[in-house]
Design a protein around this ligand. Sequence first.
Ligand SMILES: Cc1ncc(COP(=O)(O)O)c(C=O)c1O
Length: 395
Amino acid sequence: MNLTNPNIPEDVRAVASNGTQLRYKMMELTVQYPDAIALGRGDPDLATPAHIIEATTAVIRQGRTAPTPVAGLPELREAVAHKLQRDNGIAADARNVIITTGGQEALFLIMQVLLDPGDEVLVPDPRYTSYDEAIDSAGGKIVLIPTDHADAFNLRPEAVEAAITPRTKAILLISPSNPTSGIITEERLRQIAEIAIRHNLIVISDEIYEKFVYSPWKHFSIASLPNMAERTITLNGFSKSYAMTGFRVGYVSAPVNFIEAMAKVKAITTGPAATVSQWAAHAAVTGPQDAIAEFHRIYSERRQMMMDGLRDLRLDFSEPRGAFFLWTNSSPTGIHATELAYLLLKEGHVLIFPGTAFGENWGGYLRISILQSTDLLREALTRMAPIIARYRANT
Ligand SMILES: Cc1ncc(COP(=O)(O)O)c(C=O)c1O
């Protein structure tokens, strides 16, 4: 599908082929509509749990704000290692963990340490396009692995293996996925692990949405499989699980030498993550976990509501197995998703990211996030309905 509409402003058109810039441009345009309903970004709208806020303010009041070691607050590294053993079955101790300034920094540090110029990283498509930039910044090359709607965007081991070349360094996995909300099932992860071992590849596993997986699906960590911890770099963080995006705390677990190499790069770039935020993360991971169950309940309800609403609009979507997105087929409207997203914003004051914000192949999809109250989600659907119907009628 081509971007043909002459009414799309030049500044949108100019960034249409760069997913990350397109997302930022759409958010910038949204500011002019005070009544806009933002279903764009993937940052939880829910409040950070009270006990985490209390622990954070106590740390500030007590002046415990001195910088931590570069790899992170020792107590937090320890607590995260314990969490990895308990929740993920990953054999990790504190030395296998580095605390980063969000998962975002972790991505860049991983690629800087891992890649030599020309190294190839296999990445499922569609994708969180920060991967592209992180790989590119290290001189690496992204190689896309197609995933498809008929397969609920699960990753096919045969497709992974077919893309391997002598330059392949790593396979990047994301489950649950941003943007599709699909998961990679345990059975497929086991097959992918065998491929990684057979071809001596590293696996980077982005598990930032792990806590939000919907029944009957289950999260599974590939690093928990035999002989995988030594070749797996697991990325995670506090932004999604605990609604702590603004605290900016992420972490990586990997073999000790890799963590040490990451810390060296971190020392000369950002230094340690903010001390206060690390204590907040410590309170999150060591304190009561019931907030996650409550968030899960809220997202499940919204997910159901949005699925019903999209069915009413006669739009087909991939039923989310995790995360907080409805990856929706917009091709029945007959117009390119970038145009449709622009019109939904301009006319309906609803911000939704076009599929092209997650890769150039996805001009027939929208990513609708459910990070608003059910009332606002309902209102967004009401605003979308006439716009969708108008274009459907034209096709
Ligand atoms: C797939 C994925 N990985 C990593 C991140 C980084 O998140 P943060 O830097 O807030 O930890 C995000 C943020 O949206 C994401 O969607």
